[in-house]
Design a protein around this ligand. Structure first.
Ligand SMILES: *Cc1c(COP(=O)(O)O)cnc(C)c1O
Length: 360
């Protein structure tokens, strides 16, 4: 019998949002709306797609640039960063894995809040790290409790801003106060996957440069969410040069495919698409809040493109499966359900189904 290493037994499989085609097959329903994975409902950046079409003309027989030179150059110019401070990754997910495998082993404690992104837990467990879980307070990161949970072995603290799945944010002031109190030998992975959706002046303005003042902070960004490039798997982190150098040794040589690189280069300048995505999200968020109020559904006010809701009639799993039976795919988080803010048509369909379920 062949056994995996011990850490593997601690992992649970990641269950992604159900694929619409799978649901169609299983339930024999023709209209499916997927509001489960926080994808951009209005599509992909047209400037990104243009670069992809262009690239395809020359074929796919050549390995991508393992160093993602052009994309790093583009990011460096746009955001006034050094190229040596950027690491391009196969989506934010790979960034999380690379951070964990570069810095964690079984002697490390990591601090992860309850009700946040699951990949932090799995990537840490894979390294054999010990996880310290901290509850949220009012659905927001409890920075005081996190500080009080630090041990002599603490190596890494994960923060998501805005948080997934709650959509709540930490202000720049709260964050900097927190960073000021963290010992310099503890890393912070600051995950801003949904940063572009925020509509609040207190949100940090320049997270890509956090490492210049706080050398222990690694900032994560992705093209999967507002830029609409989830299918291509592309994201990046910014950090000090020595940290990037360590992580570069861990990263697979051709971790980011060529289409992802050229797409991201196009997306970065697509201000129009960004503005349109942001605006749609705000309008539709208001629409959903209003409908939830009418239906007596409770929700957490969100700064991201997803809303955490709960009903006193059904727990999260029950509500999720009832919605799925009628063609709406959402994500369950125990008591709660997380729903991605869709297009107006998608949201109307979701509300109509939700109404049916609640009235039965
Ligand atoms: C979606 C998401 C990511 C990264 O997603 P990728 O598609 O791998 O780039 C990272 N962190 C959080 C909190 C997310 O929700």
């Amino acid at each position: 019998m062949i056994n995996p290493r011990n850490e593997i037994y601690n992992l649970t499989e990641y269950i992604p949002g159900k694929n619409p085609e799978t649901l169609k097959r299983e339930k024999c329903i023709d209209k499916i709306v997927k509001l489960a994975s926080n994808e951009n409902p209005i599509g992909s950046s047209p400037m990104a797609l243009k670069n992809v079409y262009e690239y395809l003309k020359s074929g796919l027989n050549i390995y991508p640039d393992g160093a993602s030179y052009e994309l790093r150059k583009k990011l460096a110019t746009k955001y006034k960063l050094g190229m040596e401070n950027i690491l391009i990754t196969n989506g934010g997910d790979e960034a999380i894995s690379i951070v964990a495998s570069t810095f964690l082993n079984s002697q490390c404690d990591v601090i992860i809040s309850n009700l946040t992104f699951k990949r932090y837990t799995d990537s840490s467990l894979l390294q054999g790290a010990n996880i310290i879980n901290v509850d949220l307070k009012d659905f927001t990161y409890d920075l005081t409790k996190i500080l009080n949970s630090i041990t002599a072995n603490t190596k890494l603290i994960y923060l998501t801003n805005p948080n997934n799945p709650t959509g709540t944010i930490l202000s720049q002031e709260a964050l900097f106060n927190f960073f000021d109190k963290i010992p310099k030998d503890i890393l912070i992975l600051y995950d801003e996957a949904y940063g572009e959706y925020v509509d609040d002046d207190n949100f940090p303005k320049d997270s890509r440069h956090f490492f210049t003042k706080y050398k222990n902070v690694i900032t994560l960004k992705t093209f999967s969410k507002i830029y609409g490039l989830a299918a291509l798997r592309i994201g990046y982190i910014t950090a000090t040069k020595p940290l990037i150098e360590y992580m570069n040794k861990v990263r697979p040589p051709f971790n980011v495919n060529a289409l992802g690189q050229v797409a991201a280069i196009g997306a970065i300048d697509d201000d129009e698409f960004l503005a349109k995505s942001h605006k749609t999200n705000l309008l539709e968020k208001k629409f959903l809040y209003n409908e939830f109020d009418k239906l007596n559904i409770s929700y957490i006010k969100t700064q991201a493109n997803h809303i955490l809701i709960y009903s006193d009639k059904y727990d999260g799993n029950t509500l999720t499966s009832k919605l799925e039976d009628k063609g709406v795919i959402v994500r369950s988080f125990n008591k709660y359900v997380r729903v991605t803010i869709g297009t107006h048509d998608e949201n109307e369909f979701f509300i109509k189904i939700l109404k049916d379920i609640l009235n039965n």
